[in-house]
Design a protein around this ligand. Structure first.
Ligand code: MEV
Length: 307
């Protein structure tokens, strides 16, 4: 039993999506692979499933009620704590491997289960990371169903409608600060700020508007407009308290050779993304500013069995 799932890049709408605002993401060609084989005891990479770093894997095992024991082996190209959806990719690939023995994979079921796993382990969350890892390609999260609906996911009083969206082939350059930041505490910090500061609540709403404007700009290939909206989104996310001086440094370094740049994912460190048609100079500028840079494209493939 083996499956893989992609990491993701949020182009617009992180954090605001947790409050029900729209968000736009794409799967990227950095994937996690998970293998599961019968064994005499439960192990992950040869270690106990009780180790904190395997809490997502352990929650997936509980969720599927799969018979064991199994040796689960994880190979991930997605750096963890980097805002690129590593926990979602590992959870989705794990669920894929665990379900793989019973028939073809159903990305909708896996997206729902992976969201529940993420919620259990990380706390407050939206389904954007887990649904992008399950479905692959471009994903648009909306408050209402529209054409291209893949599935909806509910939690407490919130409901998210996940849509397939076509994005033109674009090069994005990711700059990783190397500062690993856990998503859960950042999401909690934004909630606390929004509850006490009306300016933060306004920022969340403006990010929602930017997301839809950004999607339209990307679809009509108006990269100047899309880049300007990314710059504004970065400023709003910083106002929400999830910026970092290292992110600002990489964003500033990338901007002269790109249309725009912003933090991506949970922030607080992690990564930024630049929209550019000159990826090499942008990557070089990010490296010169101390970041790890890589060029990515959208990956159309979601969760998939291996072998
Ligand atoms: C993290 O990749 C995206 C956040 O919006 C959290 C979430 O949606 O669960 C920050």
């Amino acid at each position: 039993m083996a499956a893989s799932a992609p990491g993701k890049l949020i182009l617009f709408g992180e954090h605001a999506v947790v409050f029900g605002e729209p968000a736009l993401s794409t799967a990227i060609g950095l994937r996690a692979e998970v293998y599961a084989r019968p064994h005499k005891e439960w192990l992950a990479d040869g270690a106990s499933l009780d180790e904190p770093r395997y809490r997502y894997v352990k929650a997936c095992v509980r969720k599927t009620k799969v018979e064991g024991p199994l040796w689960i082996e994880i190979r991930s190209m997605v750096p963890s704590g980097a805002g690129l959806g590593s926990s979602a990719a590992v959870s989705v690939a794990t669920l894929g491997a665990l379900h793989g023995s019973t028939g073809p994979l159903d990305p909708r079921t896996i997206a729902r289960e992976a969201f529940e796993v993420e919620h259990e382990v990380q706390g407050r969350a939206s389904p954007i990371d887990t649904s992008t890892a399950s479905a692959g390609g471009g994903i648009l999260v909306l408050q209402e169903p529209q054409d291209g609906l893949l599935w909806s996911i509910e939690r407490d009083s919130r409901r998210w409608f996940l849509h397939r969206t076509a994005l033109p082939p674009l090069d994005f350059v990711i700059g990783n600060t190397g500062i690993s930041a856990a998503t859960g505490p950042l999401v909690a910090k934004v909630k606390e700020r929004v509850d006490r500061d009306p300016r933060a609540a306004d920022a969340v709403r403006e990010i929602g508007v930017i997301t839809l404007d950004g999607l339209r700009a990307l679809q009509r290939k108006d990269l100047v407009a899309a880049g300007g909206l990314m710059d504004r989104d970065h400023a709003l996310l910083t106002r929400l308290g999830v910026g970092h001086s290292a992110l600002d440094r990489l964003v500033e370094a990338a901007r002269p050779s790109s249309y725009g740049a912003k933090l991506t994912g949970a922030g607080g460190g992690g990564s930024m993304v630049a929209l550019t048609d000159r990826p090499e100079p942008t990557a070089a500028a990010i490296r010169a500013a101390g970041g790890k840079a890589f060029i990515v494209r959208s990956d159309p493939v979601g969760v998939a069995t291996l072998g």
